[in-house]
Design a protein around this ligand. Structure first.
Ligand SMILES: [Zn+2]
Length: 106
């Protein structure tokens, strides 16, 4: 007899515990020397504009609410402008936004 494959209808339907865990990991990362060094560079990951370290925020490239993890590969320093834009825009619009800063991207 063949086993029925379990289909998860909402792949991004994370449990509250997962969200909590990733958020607390993000807090730990924020306190790390690694993150402080990234901030000290004073540049936004997305637009590349120089930004004061205190005005940079931690952004998850893949949001925690979408299954993103709080790992060094998924968090970047981000200026307020990009952070706001990323929250408001749809993924497609966000790509358009990023293209403005990268002339080699077509
Ligand atoms: Zn920016």
């Amino acid at each position: 007899m063949r086993r029925k494959k379990t289909i998860i209808p909402f792949a991004y339907d994370l449990g509250q515990d997962d969200l909590k865990r990733e958020r607390s990991k993000a807090r730990e990362l924020r306190d790390s020397q690694w993150w402080k060094r990234r901030l000290a560079k004073g540049a936004c990951h997305y637009c590349g504009r120089s930004t004061l370290p205190k005005e940079l925020t931690m952004d998850h490239i893949v949001p925690v609410s979408r299954g993103g993890k709080s790992t060094k590969g998924n968090v970047v320093p981000c200026c307020k402008e990009c952070n706001n834009a990323k929250k408001q825009l749809l993924p497609m619009e966000w790509e358009q936004y990023l293209k403005k800063f990268d002339p080699t991207y077509s």
